[in-house]
Structures are given as structure tokens and as C-alpha cells.
Design a protein around this ligand. Structure first.
Ligand code: NAP
Length: 325
């Protein structure tokens, strides 16, 4: 069983440290995965409209609420997709998310990415002239969308609001425009991308960090971090799995971690928290080598999002910058 740790949010409630990720969980997999997870103690589920599987998650929730857990014992996060950043579209998407899940509120609702797409033309609208490019909405700013999120929170349909994939500059911009500090920022974080500056900033501001892709999942054909020999060495020493070591690495840094699995034995073992000593933590941290590695850079997606989000070298050629206010 997990250590069952929970962490505080700046709204006064807590978020369970280990949650279940659901991205790329194929049809007919995620319903089972969510049911197994909740039956085995998970209370934090990470969802999103773009994963296109929330209706299945909703079916699983019907199986476990209230027979296994009460609704209020679960912490359910979902995310507003890029094509719904505009006020009317955002409200409609939240309503659709709640309908798919069969819920009347979310615990946390995040702006999935700091980039808006044109609304009403599908999840990734094609650019009218540029081949293989998403059609960005360069008018709607992050501050506009954050104001919409604040209204959604006031409606009571979401208990807390936050962001995802935001940099310090993006967050500073929305706070200055509204005075409202996000409850959380969900970011890619693993030993190859520790994001120490963002973590330090978030701790100072009281913004909770949730780490995605903690196992180094990628769609670019590089081995998972569970294959790394140093991670495996530490796992062997602790009689743990490499995934448990990577999850513990994130937990050591004081934030929540949301590994995805659709396999029963992995769902169960990923939730069994092990703890790293300072020495083991530092050993795992050392695998970064000379340069950090970010897997999730939308400028390299197909279709491409032609925008510089993180100022990575590869993004310098992007035609657009984030419109913060
Ligand atoms: N906010 C964002 O933009 C964003 C972006 C990416 C992800 N996320 C969220 O974060 C979650 C986690 O990130 P992720 O899915 O990218 O990556 P991840 O959780 O780091 O890795 C998932 C991969 O690891 C495998 N795996 C799971 N447990 C394992 C174990 N014990 N040993 C070996 N392999 C294992 C899974 O396969 P099996 O399923 O076959 O076990 C899957 O291929 C997502 O599901 C999503 O909820 C958010």
C-alpha cells in the first residue's frame, strides 16, 4: 500500500501525492485501469478532454462511487483543451467534461497548454495555408483564459483552478493581470528535466507542482527512464522497481506524481511508495548529464504548433510567441 501521502494546495484542501495518469490509455483500457486503481487505493486521477477517454473514465467512476469510495474522497483533475480557451467555448468544454465523467464538479481544472487554437474546428484545427500546422488563435491571451477559469471556479463546478506547461513568465503574467495565483502547475518533470527554477519559484508562490511523464515516457523512440542503468541499480538496492524509484525521485522533491499504466501489476506497484535516501536521490539526479532533455515540445509535433513555449533551442525558429496578456 502507498504511504498515502497528501500535499497541501493553496485553496486549503489536499492533493494525494501519487495519482493515475490516463494519457494514451487506449479504448477499453482506461475503464479497467481506473477501476483497478481506485480499488487499490488511488484517490487522485489525472484526466483531460484531449485524451478522448473521459467517457470511459466516467463508466469506471460509476463502478466505484459510492461502493468503493465516496465522490469527495477522490481528487479528480481535468484540463481545458487549446481549442476552448475562449470564454464560451471553455464553459461548454467544462460542461462536456462533467457530462462525460458523470460528475457535478472537478477538484482541479487546468489550462492544458499556454497556447490557444481557433475554436469550433476540432481539437487540432488545421492552419488554412501552412501545411501540417495547427491553426493558432493569436488573439486570446493567457490572461483572458485565466479570467475565464476564475469565472468557472466561481460557478462551483471546479473547486480549484491551475495551469499546465506554464513557465515562470506565463504564471507571473496571469497573476499580475488578475491577482489570482494558480493552485497548481502540471509540468513535465523527471531526472532528465528537473525544472529546478520553476520548482523553486512555485514553492515560493505556493503553487503546487504535479510531475507528468515521471517515467520519461516519450513518443520519440528513446528508451524509457525505467531502462536507465543507474535507476535500475538503485531499484535493485532498494528491492524496488525502476518505476518506483522514479516516482520516489519526484516525491522526494515534494510534489505530486502521476504515472500512467493500464497494466494491473504496474498500477498496483507504482502506488507502493518507496522512499529515497539523500544519496540515492542524488545518484538518480546525476543521470541528467550535461543537458536537460524535454520530451514534450509541441513545436516538434505533427501537426506542428508554430509557437515558442519553453525557449528550447529547437523552438527558436517558431513564428509565434505566447500572448501572455
Ligand atoms: N499536462 C500535460 O501536458 C501532460 C502531458 C503528458 C502527460 N500528462 C499526464 O501525465 C501522465 C503520465 O505521463 P505519461 O503518460 O506521459 O508518462 P509516464 O507515466 O511517465 O509513462 C507511461 C509509460 O510507462 C509505462 N509504465 C507504467 N508503469 C510502468 C512500470 N512500473 N514499469 C515500466 N513501465 C511502466 C506505461 O505503459 P503501460 O500502460 O503499458 O504500463 C506507459 O508506456 C499522463 O498519462 C497524463 O495523465 C500530462
Amino acid at each position: 500500500m502507498s504511504l498515502g501521502k497528501v500535499l497541501p494546495l493553496n485553496t486549503g484542501v489536499t492533493i494525494p501525492q501519487i495519482g493515475l495518469g490516463t494519457w494514451l490509455s487506449k479504448p477499453n483500457e482506461v475503464e479497467n485501469a481506473v477501476e483497478i486503481a481506485v480499488r487499490n487505493g488511488y484517490r487522485h486521477l489525472d484526466l483531460a478532454m484531449i485524451y478522448q477517454n473521459q467517457d470511459e473514465v466516467g463508466r469506471a467512476l460509476k463502478k466505484v462511487i459510492p461502493s468503493v469510495v465516496k465522490r469527495e474522497e477522490l481528487f479528480i483533475t481535468s484540463k481545458l483543451w487549446n481549442s476552448s480557451h475562449q470564454a464560451a467555448a471553455a464553459e461548454a468544454e467544462l460542461n462536456e467534461t462533467l457530462k462525460q465523467l458523470g460528475l457535478d464538479y472537478l477538484d482541479l481544472y487546468l489550462i492544458h497548454w499556454p497556447v490557444a487554437f481557433q475554436p469550433g474546428q476540432g481539437f487540432v484545427p488545421p492552419h488554412p495555408t501552412a501545411k501540417n500546422e495547427a491553426y493558432l488563435d493569436t488573439d486570446t491571451s493567457l490572461a483572458d483564459t485565466w479570467k475565464t477559469m476564475i469565472k468557472l471556479k466561481e460557478s462551483g463546478k471546479v473547486k480549484a483552478i491551475g495551469v499546465s506547461n506554464f513557465t515562470i513568465a506565463h504564471i507571473e503574467g496571469i497573476i499580475q493581470a488578475t491577482g489570482v495565483v494558480p493552485a497548481a502547475n502540471q509540468i513535465e518533470a523527471h531526472p532528465l528535466l528537473p525544472q529546478d527554477d520553476l520548482l523553486e519559484y512555485s514553492n515560493k508562490k505556493g503553487i503546487h507542482i504535479t510531475a507528468y511523464s515521471p517515467l520519461g515516457n516519450n513518443t520519440v523512440g528513446i528508451p524509457m527512464l525505467t531502462e536507465n542503468s543507474t535507476v535500475q541499480e538503485v531499484a535493485k538496492k532498494l528491492d524496488a522497481t525502476p518505476a518506483q524509484v522514479l516516482i520516489a525521485w519526484g516525491a522526494y522533491r515534494g510534489y505530486s506524481v502521476i504515472p500512467k499504466s493500464v497494466q494491473e501489476s504496474r498500477i498496483i506497484s507504482n502506488f507502493k511508495q518507496v522512499e529515497l535516501s539523500k544519496e540515492d536521490y542524488e545518484k538518480v539526479s546525476s543521470i541528467i548529464g550535461a543537458k536537460a532533455k524535454r520530451y514534450n515540445t509541441p513545436f516538434t509535433f505533427n501537426p506542428k504548433w508554430n509557437i515558442n513555449l519553453f525557449d528550447e533551442d529547437v523552438e527558436k525558429a517558431a513564428a509565434n510567441q505566447v500572448k501572455i496578456v
